[in-house]
Design a protein around this ligand. Structure first.
Ligand code: LLP
Length: 440
């Protein structure tokens, strides 16, 4: 969030007044700080310095083409999970040779596309998938570069819906079965055992689980290197961010060099894993998503009504769970600040959207500055898993997105037009051609 600050009581993204963007482009509006993304990338890379890792940005976190271009420009690779993401990365100018393809359900078409484009590795999540990759690669006269995803059986101590490293979930191959799977894979002619991969979960706020997982898998990686000649070890993503900043003299304080204890900074993350990784002599890959973009984005929304029921105060805004689903889905906390700071006391409020669901809320029972209809609010830390998880529920168009760099701002996704929402739909033949085809 370093890129977002109130200056003279007005929220700025870098050197651009956020309210001016809201007026020009309308709301709900995602606003991203390019400098913040770059800073986080550079800082993570520097913290891991001696490993000289390949950082594959997990593009599922925010796959806007302009965001991808920022990371491609910094030399990042990409972690992708669908043929669509591969096509998107290519459209943004990514080098497929720096892309890793994950996911438990890769289709034949997706595997063929990945092989034809020459991705760095396919991260394999099951034996049947390995067999399918071998068959397709053999038919194409190729050897598919693969890494098997190890499920280290480590509790990531994060939200149940985003933990992946225990045996209760669908991801990866149980630690105890991995060596045997590599042995069998080494007999497949269409497969090139290039690496080993793991990912234990998302929004981890302590270094401990990362250290435990890396410590557990590092000896296995060393053994796979000597037996099968693998060249890389990907430790996945998952480093968490600060969603609840400490308030320092009224200004939210996000992580920075002197971060409070308990905050997972890139340096603390690196200190936990580097000692176990460096002796391996393998190429190290990382797949961070949220850490790079989470605090580099806000969702700007306009207050439509303030509804007082006697029991509660509802601040009804023009953004909904279709724009940012994290509170509804994970009970996630997002800091909410008015774009214009002014005096006056706090009011315990629920900030809610217009959608016909009780789950359509951004905060509940939180002391917020008193606001009026027409004012704008920023929902913070919305750069990761925000716009990408958006939907058209209630036939609401997907929000526009703006990228800021210094004093410049550019619309990098226009607001979806209503007619685009149903453009792919048509009537059944028996419904007649005379149905209304009104265009909004
Ligand atoms: N690598 C793999 C294999 C993953 O599955 C993920 C995220 C990442 C890397 C990147 O994780 P990150 O560094 O961003 O934590 N929608 C949820 C998060 C889902 C994460 C899915 N996998 C949320 O809004 O919190």
């Amino acid at each position: 969030m370093h890129g977002f600050r109130h200056v003279a009581g007005r929220l700025h993204c870098e050197r651009v007044l956020v309210e001016a963007l809201a007026r020009r482009h309308g709301t709900p509006l995602y606003v991203y700080s390019e400098q913040t993304m770059a800073d986080h990338f550079v800082r993570l890379k520097a913290a891991l310095g001696s490993l000289d890792p390949l950082i594959c940005y997990a593009m599922k976190a925010n796959s806007n083409l302009a965001v991808l271009r920022v990371f491609a420009g910094l030399g990042a690779g990409f972690d992708l999970v669908s043929g669509g993401e591969l096509e998107r990365a290519l459209a943004a100018g990514a080098d497929p040779g720096r892309c890793v393809f994950a996911g438990v359900g890769k289709t034949e078409d997706e595997i063929r596309l990945a092989l034809a484009q020459g991705v760095y590795a396919l991260n394999v999540e099951s034996e049947p998938e390995l067999v399918r990759i071998d068959r397709l690669a053999s038919r194409m006269g190729r050897r598919a570069p693969v890494a098997i995803r190890v499920n280290p059986g480590v509790d990531a101590r994060t939200h149940a819906k985003i933990t992946t490293g225990t045996y209760e979930n669908k991801f990866g191959i149980a630690f105890e079965q991995v060596a045997g799977m590599y042995r069998r894979a080494s007999r497949l002619r269409g497969v090139w055992l290039r690496g080993v991969q793991m990912h234990i979960g998302s929004q981890l706020t302590e270094a401990g689980p990362f250290e435990r997982a890396v410590r557990k898998v590092a000896p296995l990686a060393a053994e796979l290197a000597s037996r099968h000649g693998i060249e890389f070890f990907s430790i996945g993503g998952g480093a968490g961010i600060v969603y609840r900043p400490a308030l320092a003299s009224g200004e939210p304080r996000w992580w920075r060099s002197g971060a409070a204890r308990g905050v997972l900074t890139p340096e603390r993350y690196a200190a936990a894993v580097v000692p176990w990784l460096r002796p391996l002599g393998l190429r190290i890959l990382l797949e961070p998503g949220r850490l790079l973009v989470g605090n580099a984005g806000i969702l700007v929304t306009r207050v439509e009504y303030v509804k007082r029921t006697g029991r509660k105060t509802f601040v009804i805004v023009d953004a909904g769970m279709n724009d940012l689903i994290r509170p509804a889905f994970y009970d996630a906390y997002h800091e909410i600040v008015p774009l214009r700071r002014r005096g006056g006391g706090a009011v315990v409020s629920d900030v809610v959207g217009p959608i016909c669901e009780s789950g359509d809320w951004f905060c509940k029972g939180r002391p917020l500055p008193r606001v009026q209809a027409g004012e704008y609010l920023a929902i913070c830390s919305a750069g990761a898993y925000g716009s990408v998880m958006g939907s058209n529920y209630n036939t609401r168009p997907q929000a526009a997105e703006v990228l800021v760099r210094g004093v410049r701002a550019a619309l990098v996704r226009r607001r979806q037009a209503l007619a685009e929402i149903w453009a792919g739909e048509q009537l059944a033949p028996w419904q007649g051609a005379r149905a209304a085809r009104r265009q909004p």
